[in-house]
Design a protein around this ligand. Sequence first.
Ligand SMILES: [Fe+2]
Length: 388
Amino acid sequence: MSFSFNFFNPVRINFGTDSLQEAGKIARKYGTNALIVTGKSSMQKFGVLDKLTCILQKSGVNSIVFSDITPNPTVGEIDMAAKVARTNHVDLIIGLGGGSPLDSSKAVAVAAKDNISVWDYLKREPKSALPVITIVSTSGTGSEVNRFSVMTNTKTGEKPGFGYECMYPKESIIDPVIMQSMPKYVTATTGFDVFVHSLEAYTGSLSNPIADSYCEKAFTLLKESLVTAYNEPENIKARSDMAAASALAGLAIDSAGVGIIHALEHPVSGNFPNIAHGAGLAALTVESMKLNINNKTTKEKYARVAHIFGKIKGNKTEEDMAYELLETVKKILTVLNLNVSLKDLKVNEAQLEKIAKEAFTTMNFAVLNNPVQIDENNALKLLKDSFK
Ligand SMILES: [Fe+2]
């Protein structure tokens, strides 16, 4: 089989224990007046925000803080942060936290350059963006190393993803020490997000040998360390492995995209913002895999992932191995306490039709990348099967 693909990623990754200490030196390369975009509580609670502002100050970088980013960031929050950036003439954006602040930091970097709402960039490519540095506190999003941003329109419930070349962070600081304070539920949901990023990039239409190699390494790290990081929050090796897995999967989706699980999850948590992205994925994954497993290439790839995850006993066919992966996923979900349905997550059944439709408007690129062609009827059936 011959390949044709495009692979590009310009993000400098600064990975390692206590790499947060380098933040001042790194920031100074890009500016002296930074806006830190972060969430409302955890980075303050664990002292990371204070530490960061001190480190920046020592290198001559002033900072102001925008800490109103919520778990499913809204257009209003991003527009407000962009206004703060413009008013204060900042020359650098630092995203600090999990997927939501990091996604927002890239959107703010774009919106700060113009006086229009960030929503308008869904249809119009921005000319430029302020430089962005990401400092990630969870291991799941992949946002730390790619160009993507996701935002929610509170008026319509739409939750599209978007990403342009000017939105790549200049640098990413990945310090596993910060992740030791991650609560168990966040470790589970973000860790499962890494798994789904790897699975969807590995099996999507855009999959390619470079992204595949990243996914395979991510699967190995997930196998070794996801459950350990969940059970032993302070285990620095497990935290490092998961941080590396998150970055690898983030690079993979930047090139190879996501599929139907993400296409359906975005409208789920867009319409029900109390649902964590990884929990929504957990509810949708098994049924989506049952559909995709019928594709020949996907079956082969599921079998390969099963080999990475399992000890192979006896003579098993490729078909057996592919189905074994489904069992592995169910076991992982049980261990992580994420064996949930959309009903358990309090999705309103009457909204399933709206959710199915939105997958084809705001996340159509992910629908198209899925290895099996999906129409609105299949999508609705998947949602109904994931609701039970
Ligand atoms: Fe994700």
